[in-house]
Design a protein around this ligand. Structure first.
Ligand SMILES: [Zn+2]
Length: 248
């Protein structure tokens, strides 16, 4: 009897420890530009800063995409910040908002645009951002759709979006990207296969839905990881969920 009690006591103590050993989860947020422009995807830089400060005040930890996907997460209150498209305003967002707060960021870039217009980052800025700790990922080559419809209409173009950015980004930054975000957030199964075949370890979708992910979950498709786009119209819902998860 004593032995049974001892075994039970050990089992209970192990169970008590288990929640802290449980895999962490992360919400991957997707921003775009910081111009103060009239777009549901754009935020004035002070507004962006206020959002991040609110997340921190709710008890969330900002993690890098690299740590998140490696499963280096503690608890369920983790947020990874990503910014798509390489708008020139990303420079100020990183230097004035993210760096001073020590918040890591993943930048998804379509390399054909780099240096081609004043609205996007220059190659030199991209090099600087990488040297400052930003993780640079691919976002297609010329930002074409990779959706099921695009796959049916112009498979060749979809395949180019998957195969071309790695070498092009490596030429600019000196480092081949290991992460990919599908332009417009949607990918046909064939497009996911092509991105996987191109050598990316992880690829990200994007939608308005708020979904925390556990990167160590065996059921998680590494080439279809959800991200949440922070639109003006869904930000209230995002913060509502963040507050609910943060507890009273
Ligand atoms: Zn995009």
């Amino acid at each position: 009897m004593k032995t049974i009690r001892a075994v039970l006591a050990i089992a209970l103590s192990v169970l008590a420890v288990l929640p802290s050993l449980a895999a962490g989860t992360v919400l991957i947020l997707d921003y775009h530009s910081f111009l103060g422009a009239k777009s549901t995807l754009d935020y004035p830089i002070a507004d962006f800063a206020a959002q991040l400060d609110r997340m921190k005040a709710l008890g969330y930890t900002f993690v890098s995409l690299e740590d998140a996907m490696a499963g280096r997460l503690v608890g369920k209150k983790n947020i990874a910040i990503t910014i798509d498209d390489g708008n020139h305003s990303v420079m100020a967002a990183v230097e004035e908002v993210l760096r001073p707060r020590g918040i890591p960021v993943g930048l998804f870039i379509y390399p054909a645009a780099i240096g081609r217009s004043k609205t996007v980052l220059t190659a030199q800025q991209l090099v600087t951002l990488q040297s400052e700790g930003c993780e640079i990922g691919a976002h297609g080559y010329t930002h074409q759709y990779m959706t099921p419809r695009a796959w049916l209409r112009n498979r060749k173009q979809v395949l180019r979006e998957a195969s071309l950015p790695m070498a092009a980004l490596a030429k600019i930054t000196g480092k081949a990207p290991s992460v990919f975000a599908y332009p417009y957030g949607v990918a046909a199964p064939g497009a996911r296969d092509a991105v996987r075949a191109a050598g990316y370890a992880w690829a990200f979708l994007a939608s308005e839905k708020v979904r925390f992910v556990d990167p160590t979950d065996p059921a998680l498709n590494h080439w279809a990881v959800p991200r949440t786009i922070v639109y003006h119209w869904n930000r209230r819902a995002i913060f509502k969920l963040l507050e609910a998860r943060a507890g009273p």
